[in-house]
Design a protein around this ligand. Sequence first.
Ligand SMILES: *Cc1c(COP(=O)(O)O)cnc(C)c1O
Length: 232
Amino acid sequence: MAISQVDAATHVDPAANLAAVSARLRGALAEADRPADATRIVAVSKKHDLDRIMPVIDAGCRSFGENRVQEAKAKWPSIKERYTDLRLHLVGPLQSNKAADAVALFDVIETIDREKIARVVGEEMQRQGRSPTCLVQVNTGEEPQKAGVAPSVADEFIRRCRDEHGLRVDGVMCIPPIDEPPAPHFALLAKIAERNRLSIVSMGMSADFEIAAQLGATHVRIGSEIFGPRPE
Ligand SMILES: *Cc1c(COP(=O)(O)O)cnc(C)c1O
């Protein structure tokens, strides 16, 4: 067990925070009669630098999330060379002109959200001979400003991603509306995963990860509860 490192300027102790989040997650899973290892923590390190990230790696976390391809490219390649079991997740929207970099760097692309990106990612996978795990983002709240496919077309979109674009779709992710109770959205996403026989359900963030874990999340994406407030 690594000694925790308190950031001198901000008093944030990411390793201690990770331990606290892990304990809360175990508690939530036990309450729901789910196995202690049913849900994995993806530490979302966007906007944080390596001083904040390394203690979390030292504490044993091996799954990290970033929301911007360019930022991830600047931070992660050398760390991934040292820690070959590390899994990097893209949790932010993907533009087609960044697809090549995303396929090269990420192990999991959580945000396949439209036909064009599915096609371009599929072509890049062919070209590079790499096959990151893909998740389809579902806009469970059907919010016009939010990325993701509508729940009613999710099954058909998942099928096309696989059959027409050659993606290895293993799961789904969602970001519920900020002003609604998240539980119905989590339940809906879990149902979509189940009927499509998908093994990965990515849902729940700092504010609601315990509920998500109880409703079937296999991955929760935790930023601020681990790393503290994000710098602007
Ligand atoms: C930033 C982000 C998170 C983490 O958010 P916190 O509330 O800080 O835990 C999770 N998922 C996505 C898609 C994000 O962009």
